[in-house]
Design a protein around this ligand. Structure first.
Ligand code: BEZ
Length: 221
């Protein structure tokens, strides 16, 4: 059964990290947050993912999103592995621009439902899957995605998703398939045409459909 659902308050856990002990809500402050777990330090897919996350960390910063990673290894391992990650980026002199949580007792992995039963360590204990949680400034969970250990994530997609979450938190719109910032958006179904006309001064266009139902309403936000 899923533990944490969209709209739930994200747990205010305490944990050791590469920047010291944190209380998660204090770490977030009034920012958005993204917590991404990975199976294990010193593994190839994870290294490419964290290197990518580091390369585009300014894009998360621009959007006011604090980044934090997690795996079931120690702070000491995380610090050592971070150097490999930055060397992979040909930036060996720079620090990894976000902290990594040390969940070596797997407490958070269990609490947040992050274990991958198909990926076991040498003792037969499950490793963490590739979870993504996006947390809003109200500390509520806005998005969760779960990938198995064998499939690396696309961090550009995570930025796209954050753009959608931040836009739809402000305006009564929804973003269609493959939406990118600047594209038209959809007026949400619960808004009447009269309300939509008031809310969207750029106008609303409705696509004619065989059903005659006028639910495909576009606007430029
Ligand atoms: C990896 O990061 O390369 C990896 C970790 C666990 C299972 C499979 C791949």
């Amino acid at each position: 059964m899923p533990g944490l659902l969209l709209g739930d308050e994200f747990p205010n856990f305490e944990a050791d990290t590469t920047i010291g002990r944190i209380k998660f809500h204090d770490f977030l402050g009034s920012s958005w947050g993204i917590l991404f777990s990975h199976p294990r330090d010193f593994t190839p897919v994870c290294t490419t993912e964290l290197a990518c996350a580091a390369r585009i960390s300014d894009e998360f910063k621009k959007r006011g999103v604090k980044m934090i990673a997690l795996s079931v290894d120690s702070v000491e391992d995380h610090r050592c592995w971070s150097k490999d990650v930055m060397a992979f980026n040909s930036a060996a002199e720079s620090q990894l621009p976000f902290p990594i949580i040390a969940d070596d007792k797997r407490e958070l992995a269990v609490k947040l439902g992050m274990l991958d039963p198909d990926e076991l360590d040498k003792d037969g204990i499950p490793l963490t899957a590739r979870c993504v949680f996006v947390i809003g400034p109200d500390k509520k969970m806005k998005l969760s995605i779960l990938y198995p250990a064998t499939t690396g994530r696309n961090f550009d997609e995570l930025l796209r998703v954050i753009d959608s979450l931040q836009l739809t938190a402000q305006k009564k719109v929804a973003t269609p398939v493959d939406w990118k910032p600047g594209d038209k958006v959809m007026v949400i179904p619960s808004l009447s045409d009269a309300e939509a006309a008031q809310l969207f001064p750029n106008g609303v266009t409705t696509k004619e459909l065989p059903s005659g139902k006028k639910y495909l309403r576009y606007t430029q936000p």
